[in-house]
Design a protein around this ligand. Structure first.
Ligand code: F58
Length: 818
C-alpha cells in the first residue's frame, strides 16, 4: 500500500481535496475498486482504513510520550463496552467530518448512507456498558493515559426481532464480515490458568495441574475530541494453546485433549444477557477471571517495562472495577504479589487497596453478584483460598477492632454468605470483596450514592468513613449532541462563543435565548426535522406511519419491571379508552415510542413487550381514534438506534420506582437534546430536576421515603385497583384475553405481578403519573412555553458531560491532575 500523501499529525488540517485524494487512494490501492464502481460499503471501508492509518500513527506517538513521562494510568475494567459505530465519531474527533462530507458529495455519495453501513457492536447490555464507552471518550479527550480492558465477544447481545409481537432472539455475529477498527496483537497474548489444585510446599502455595487457555488482545484505538492522544480499548479473545494435549489423547482421554480447545473457544463466544437473576454460569465466572487475568498480566508487563521494582506500582496504576464483574481481580493481584513476587499478605492487601476502586451500579439485591463457594474453589482454587484469607483478616482484625466480640456483625459483613437453608451452598459476595479490596467505592448519582451508604453498605461506611463517595454519571456531548444532532449543534455553534463540546457548561448561555421567538422557532424547526427523519425510520422498521407534528414520547432503556415500561403501557391503554369514549377529546396527537431488549429468561419483561406490541397493533389500526394515538416498539434497540431517536424526542420517560434506577444516562441524553422529562425522583433525575428547575420538568410519584413508608405500612395493590376505576378497567382489559384471543391467558404473568405483589409500585404511582401527563399536554398546548422549557433543558445539561464525571473521578478517586 502506498503511503499517505499528507502528514498524519496534521490530519485535522486536511482540506477537502486532500481528503478526496486519500479516499481515492484507499479505494484504488487498498480495495482495488474504481470510485465510480464503489458501493457505499466500499467508501465506508476506504474511509475506515484511512482513519485507522491516522489512529495507528497517533497511537505510536501517544505510547512514546507516555513511556518517556512514566505516567500514571487508569485501567477501566469492564465486561461491557457499548462503543457504538466508530467511523463518524472518529471523523468528528479528527476534525475532518465536514471535509469528508464534502468529498463524498464530489463522489456523488451521501455520507449518511456510508456511515449507516457500519455494524454497531453490541458488546454490552445497557447503561453500564455505554457509560464505559462515554468514559473512554472523555478520558482521551481530557488527555488522561488510559486503557479499557474487556472481552472481544464473538456474539454480542442478541439481535431482537418480534414474531406476532413476541420477542425472539437471534445471534449477533457482529464481526463476521470483518471490522477494520480492531488490531490483533498476537505477540501480546497471555496464558490463563484454570482448575487444578493447590499444593503447599515450604509455606508456598503451588497452583498445579491447571488447564491453560490463551488470551489474545484485540485493540480498538480510542480517539478523543480535539486531541492527538489515542488511548486503547484492549479486548481479549480466548484461544486454545498451541497444538493439543497429546498425552491425554494417547491415554484415551479424548475429551480431556479437546477440553482446552472447547473451553478456549467458548470463553469469548457470548455476552451474557442475564438480567434480574444472576445465573450461576460457570462460563460467566471463567469469562470474568479470563479477562481480569489477561488484563492484570498485561498491565504488569507494561509497568515493568517502564519501572524498576514494585515501588512505583501504586503511584502508576489505578484500576476501576465497573461493577463487581471484574472483582476477581482482587484475589488475582494478591496471587501474583504473594505467589510470584514474594510479598507478604498484608503488604499485598495494602497494594490492592491502593490500586483498585469499585463502581456500584445497582441496589437491587438480586442483581448483586454472588458465586457458589464450591464453584470458585473448583475453577480457581488458589483464588478461593485467598478470598478466605482476605475474609479472615478482615473479620478478625478490622471488624473485630471496630466491633469487638460482635459475632452478629462478623456474620453480616463476611464475604462468605451463610445460607438460610443448610442444604444451600455458601455464596461469595462479590460486592463485599470489591469494597474490602478497594481504595474507594462510588455510586453513580447523588441519591444512589446516599442509598449505597445508608442501605447497602452502612457498616462499611462506619468502618471506613470517606471510602464511599459519589460520582454522578455523564454522557459524551460529542456523540450525544454534536454528532447525533448536527442541526442543533450548528444552531448552538452560531449562538454561543467558545467550544461547548469541550466545556458543556457553556450551554448555560443559551438560557438568555429561551424566550426569544426567533430562536424558539429555529429550535422547534430542528426538532421537527429530526422527527421527520425518525418517522421514516419508524415506517421502515414498524410499518407504521406517524405524524411528525405529534408529541414524540420516548421510553428507551433495558426492559425491567423497576423501569416500569408497564406503567407507561397502562397509561397508554387508558388514553386509548378515553379516546374511544370521546373521539372529540381535545388532546394533542401523541406517538409513544419504545425501545428495549428483555433478557431472554425474564418472563415478565418479555410479557410486557408482548403486551405493548399487542396494544400497539390495536391502537394503530383503530380508525375511530383518528390517528390521535400511535404506539411503536422499535425492534433491536441499540446505540445507533438511540442516536436517531434521541434528537427526535419531545418527552423523555424516566419513570422508575424511586430508589431503583442508580442513575440513568438516557435521561441526560434526552434532556440535552431538548426533550422534557416526565420522571420520578430517582437516580440522576433528582439532579436533572435541580439543574433545570421545577418548572421545566414533570415530576411525579412516590419519593424514596414514601416508597419505604408505604412498604412498612403494608402495600396492597388490589386496594388501589379496586378504587381507581380507570386503572381497574385497563387491567381487566389486559386480563380479559381480548388483546390475544388465540391465547387468552397470555398476559397472566404481567397481571399477576401487578395485582399480587406489584413489588415496583406501578399501581401506587399510576394516578400521579397520569396527572403528570395531563401537565405535559397542557404545556404542549402552549408552544412558546413548551419551547422555552425545551431550550432550558438543553441549556441546563452542562453538569452531565462525562468530561465532568471523569474530572470528578480524577480528583476524588484516582488522584490524577487534570
Ligand atoms: C445501569 N446498569 C444502571 N446494568 O441501571 C443505570 O441506572 C446506570 O445509569 C448505568 O448502569 C450506568 O451507571 C446496567 O446497565 C446492566 O446492564 C447489567 C449488566 C449485567 C447483567 C445484568 C444487567
Amino acid at each position: 500500500m502506498s503511503r499517505m500523501n499528507v502528514d498524519l499529525s496534521s490530519a485535522r488540517n486536511m482540506d477537502t481535496v486532500q481528503v478526496e485524494q486519500e479516499i481515492r487512494r484507499h479505494l484504488e490501492q487498498s480495495l482495488g475498486v474504481e470510485p465510480d464502481e464503489a458501493t457505499p460499503g466500499d467508501y465506508w471501508e476506504a474511509l475506515s482504513l484511512l482513519v485507522r492509518e491516522i489512529n495507528l500513527d497517533r497511537i505510536r506517538n501517544t505510547r512514546r510520550g507516555e513511556k518517556n513521562d512514566g505516567v500514571r494510568r487508569v485501567y477501566y475494567l469492564s465486561l461491557e463496552f457499548l462503543v457504538g459505530r466508530l467511523l463518524g465519531n472518529n471523523l468528528h474527533n479528527l476534525g475532518i467530518y465536514h471535509q469528508v462530507e464534502k468529498a463524498m458529495v464530489g463522489f456523488g455519495v451521501n455520507i449518511s448512507d456510508v456511515l449507516e453501513y457500519e455494524t454497531d457492536p453490541a458488546l454490552g447490555n445497557g447503561g453500564l456498558g455505554r457509560l464505559a464507552a462515554c468514559f473512554l471518550d472523555s478520558l482521551t479527550t481530557l488527555n488522561v493515559p488510559a486503557f479499557g480492558y474487556g472481552i472481544n465477544y464473538r456474539f454480542g447481545l442478541f439481535k431482537q426481532g418480534f414474531v406476532g409481537g413476541k420477542q425472539v432472539e437471534g445471534p449477533d455475529a457482529w464481526r463476521e464480515d470483518g471490522f477494520p477498527w480492531g488490531i490483533e496483537r498476537a505477540k501480546r497474548k497471555q496464558v490463563v490458568r484454570l482448575y487444578g489444585r493447590v499444593r503447599e510446599v515450604d509455606g508456598n502455595a503451588l497452583w498445579e495441574d491447571t488447564q491453560e487457555v490463551l488470551g489474545v488482545p484485540w485493540d480498538l484505538p480510542v480517539t478523543g475530541y480535539n486531541t492527538d492522544r489515542v488511548n486503547t480499548l484492549r479486548l481479549w479473545e480466548g484461544r486454545a494453546t498451541e497444538g493439543f494435549d497429546l498425552s491425554s489423547f494417547d491415554a484415551g482421554r479424548y475429551q480431556d485433549s479437546r477440553f482446552r480447545e472447547i473451553l478456549a473457544e467458548n470463553i469469548s463466544q457470548v455476552l451474557y444477557p442475564n438480567d434480574s437473576h444472576p445465573e450461576g454460569k460457570e462460563l460467566r465466572l471463567i469469562q470474568q477471571y479470563f479477562f481480569v487475568a489477561c488484563s492484570l498480566a498485561d498491565l504488569i508487563v507494561r509497568y515493568k517495562r517502564e519501572h524498576e521494582g514494585w515501588g512505583q506500582f501504586t503511584a502508576k496504576v489505578v484500576m476501576q472495577l465497573n461493577d463487581t464483574h471484574p472483582a476477581i481481580a482482587v484475589p488475582e493481584l494478591m496471587r501474583i504479589l504473594m505467589d510470584e513476587e514474594d510479598f507478604v499478605f498484608t503488604k499485598a492487601l495494602d497494594i490492592c487497596r491502593s490500586v483498585f476502586c469499585y463502581t456500584n451500579h445497582t441496589l437491587l439485591p438480586e442483581a448483586l453478584e454472588t458465586w457458589p463457594q464450591g464453584l470458585i474453589a473448583r475453577v480457581l482454587p488458589r483464588h478461593m483460598q485467598l478470598i478466605h484469607k482476605i475474609n479472615d483478616h478482615f473479620l478478625s482484625k478490622e471488624v473485630e477492632a471496630q466491633w469487638p466480640g460482635d459475632h452478629q456483625m462478623k456474620r453480616r459483613l463476611s464475604i462468605i454468605q451463610e445460607p438460610g437453608d443448610p442444604k444451600e451452598p455458601q455464596m461469595v459476595r462479590m460486592a463485599y470483596l470489591s469494597v474490602i479490596g478497594s481504595q474507594k467505592v462510588n455510586g453513580v448519582a447523588a441519591l444512589h450514592s446516599r442509598l449505597v451508604k445508608e442501605q447497602l453498605f452502612p457498616e462499611f461506611d462506619e468502618l471506613w468513613p470517606g471510602k464511599l463517595v459519589n460520582i454522578t454519571n455523564g454522557v459524551t456531548p460529542r456523540r450525544w449532541l454534536a454528532i447525533c444532532n448536527p442541526e442543533l449543534a450548528a444552531l448552538i455553534n452560531q449562538t454561543l462563543k467558545g467550544d461547548w463540546q469541550s466545556d458543556l457548561a457553556l450551554l448555560n448561555e443559551l438560557k438568555v435565548w429561551a424566550d426569544d421567538p426567533e430562536f424558539q422557532k429555529k429550535f422547534a424547526r430542528i426538532k421537527l426535522d429530526n422527527k421527520q427523519a425518525l418517522a421514516k425510520v419508524i415506517d421502515e422498521l414498524c410499518g407504521v406511519k406517524v405524524n411528525p407534528d405529534a408529541i414524540f414520547d420516548v421510553q428507551i432503556k433495558r426492559l425491567h419491571e423497576y423501569k416500569r415500561q408497564q406503567l407507561n403501557l397502562l397509561h397508554i391503554m387508558a388514553v386509548y379508552r378515553r379516546l374511544l369514549d370521546n373521539p372529540d377529546l381535545d388532546v394533542p396527537l401523541r406517538v409513544f415510542i419504545f425501545g428495549a431488549k428483555a433478557a431472554p429468561g425474564y418472563v415478565v419483561a418479555k410479557n410486557i413487550i408482548y403486551a405493548i406490541n399487542r396494544v400497539a397493533d390495536r391502537v394503530n389500526n383503530d380508525r375511530r381514534i383518528r390517528d390521535k394515538l400511535k404506539v411503536v416498539f422499535l425492534p433491536n434497540y441499540r446505540v445507533s438506534l438511540a442516536e436517531k431517536i434521541i434528537p427526535a424526542a419531545d418527552v423523555s420517560e424516566q419513570i422508575s420506582t424511586a430508589g431503583f434506577e442508580a442513575s440513568g444516562t438516557g435521561n441526560m441524553k434526552l434532556a440535552l437534546n431538548g426533550a422534557l422529562t416526565i420522571g420520578t425522583m430517582d437516580g440522576a433525575n433528582v439532579e436533572i430536576a435541580e439543574e433545570v428547575g421545577d418548572d421545566n420538568i414533570f415530576i411525579f410519584g412516590k419519593t424514596v421515603e414514601e416508597v419505604s413508608d408505604l412498604r412498612q405500612r403494608g402495600y396492597h395493590p388490589r386496594d388501589i385497583y379496586q378504587h381507581n376505576e380507570e386503572l381497574k378497567a385497563v387491567i381487566d382489559w389486559l386480563a380479559s384475553g381480548d388483546l390475544s384471543p388465540e391465547e387468552p391467558d397470555a398476559f397472566r404473568p404481567l397481571v399477576e405481578s401487578l395485582l399480587d405483589s406489584d413489588y415496583f409500585l406501578t399501581l401506587a404511582d399510576y394516578q400521579s403519573y397520569s396527572d403528570a401527563h395531563e401537565q405535559v399536554i397542557k404545556a404542549w398546548k402552549n408552544p412558546s412555553h413548551w419551547w422555552r422549557m425545551a431550550i432550558m433543558n438543553t441549556a441546563s445539561m452542562g453538569k452531565f458531560s462525562s468530561d465532568r464525571s471523569i474530572v470528578d473521578y480524577c480528583k476524588t478517586i484516582w488522584n490524577i491532575g487534570v
